[in-house]
Write a new protein. Structure first.
Length: 253
């Protein structure tokens, strides 16, 4: 199989992928569109409630429309702050594993120290760091966090998480997709075949300087679920399954 070109383009708060000049959908985008997350609704409601109770006096001074907008957008601000934190920790992690010196903001010291502890305690030797990947047949792409040889004698595909609530089940779907990539961008920028790995796992980096190393199942059954996610996400983008109102009326009546 001939190696393609894989391009990741960053824009604003997001990014996109092109493979040989064609747009491929990102793994996390597919999971956002095609995998149910009931906890999100509870988190959003809780965040709005906390905005009201924590900033009651400040909100009372605003116009009603401003007050409503402030409460309504509280989950967006919380999500964006978490995304920025995760992005920065990933950036610092890629430098640390390359033995580069970094300046760590105070609010990220705990997460970074947790990552350093993991690297030291597991003797991690990196093979791939922040490497874009692509699956040509299923037309998805993504960016894996780390492929490393650990001192248990195994090669691991690892995802780094800085969430407050721990590891979610969709991490297994994400890693199952990355594991089955055809190609990835290697350390020097060349596109190479995705190397085989022995196991997959999540390293949850906590703010209190501790970490949790969680192996996940990325077997064929898990990947079948991810393929179903692709189908659901793709169906949601179709515009040919809903007939025009007049045509539908003619059919029904």
């Amino acid at each position: 199989m001939t190696a393609p070109t894989i391009t990741r383009r960053n824009h604003g708060r997001g990014h996109s992928y092109q493979v040989d000049g064609e747009k491929f959908t990102g793994v996390t985008t597919l999971l956002d569109r095609g995998y149910p997350k009931p906890a999100i609704a509870k988190w959003a409601a809780r965040t709005c409630g906390e905005e009201v109770t924590d900033y009651w006096d400040e909100l009372a001074a605003l116009l009603p429309s401003e007050r409503g907008e402030r409460v309504r957008t509280a989950p967006d601000r919380d999500r964006d702050a978490a995304a920025r934190r995760g992005t920065e920790v990933h950036r610092l992690a890629s430098k640390l594993i390359a033995h580069e010196e970094v300046q760590v903001p105070d609010e990220l010291v705990g997460h970074v120290d947790a990552y350093l502890r993991f690297l030291e305690e597991w003797g991690a030797v990196a093979l791939l760091v922040e490497a874009p990947i692509a699956n040509l047949r299923l037309r998805y792409a993504g960016t894996l966090d780390l492929v490393a040889d650990l001192d248990d004698g195994l090669r691991w595909l690892l995802d780094l998480k800085t969430t407050r609530s721990g590891v979610f089940v969709e991490s297994a779907l994400q890693l199952a997709a990355y594991r089955r990539a055809d190609f990835c961008v290697g350390p020097t920028g060349e596109v190479v075949e995705m190397p085989p790995v022995d196991r997959c796992g999540v390293v949850w980096l906590r703010a209190d300087r501790t970490y949790e190393f969680v192996p996940v199942d990325t077997g064929d059954a898990t990947f079948d679920v991810f393929k179903a996610v692709i189908a659901v996400a793709s169906f949601g983008k179709r515009d040919d399954v809903i007939e025009a109102p007049r045509q539908l009326t003619e059919v029904l009546f």
